[in-house]
Design a protein around this ligand. Structure first.
Ligand SMILES: Nc1ncnc2c1ncn2[C@@H]1O[C@H](COP(=O)(O)OP(=O)(O)OP(=O)(O)O)[C@@H](O)[C@H]1O
Ligand SMILES: [Mg+2]
Length: 168
């Protein structure tokens, strides 16, 4: 696994940029991608004390590793249930315990044709509730309604087992 040295800083309320949440990675197999997801989640639990929801937007083509990353991410949140590729389920909620965050929402917008469909799910409200962590696969489709401070993750297919994960 190659780790790049580009850091991303999150602006806090007082506009101080002091929260480094990530680097970008080149992974060589799915378990490396899961591990990155897992430590990313632990970082969020540690470094997001502010009263705010966390929204992750995942972009990149089929088989890019978005769901694989989120399997590790959910594990890092302490979630025991298996994270599935929600092909026909647009949204799934899983409970988080032992943290100020209570819910992990996993969405897959691949089949979303109109923004109205996600509005009907109450997504805007979900993204504004401080106790929620929301991860959205195919986030580009609903980009317009994503919050300003949404953490964007891009998954690039390099070859059969290589993926580049960039967090913007
Ligand atoms: N380095 C890697 N990181 C992640 N997945 C990998 C890697 N190498 C191979 N794979 C394989 O690629 C596939 C990634 O599938 P995954 O469902 O995570 O992609 P996805 O981006 O969620 O796709 P979709 O757009 O269909 O939801 C899995 O079968 C996984 O085993
Ligand atoms: Mg997926």
């Amino acid at each position: 696994m190659v780790k790049y040295t580009s850091f991303y800083k999150v602006k806090t309320k007082d506009k101080k940029e002091d929260k480094v949440l990530f680097t970008s990675f080149l992974t060589e197999n799915s378990s490396q991608t899961k591990k990155i997801g897992q430590s990313f989640a632990k970082d969020i639990l540690k470094r997001y004390p502010a009263k705010k929801a966390v929204v992750l937007g995942l972009k990149g083509g089929l088989g890019g590793g978005k769901t694989t990353f989120l399997q590790g991410f959910a594990k890092g949140l302490g979630i025991k249930e298996k994270i599935l590729s929600p092909t026909f389920i647009v949204m799934r909620r899983l409970g988080i315990s032992g943290s100020r965050f209570k819910n992990f929402y996993h969405l897959d917008c691949y089949r979303i044709k109109k923004l109205k469909e996600v509005s009907a799910l109450g997504l805007k409200e979900i993204m504004s509730e401080t106790e929620n962590i929301v991860a959205i696969e195919w986030a580009g489709i609903i980009e317009k309604i994503l919050p300003e401070d949404c953490i964007m993750l891009e998954f690039e297919f390099m070859d059969k087992n290589k993926r580049k994960i960039t967090i913007k």
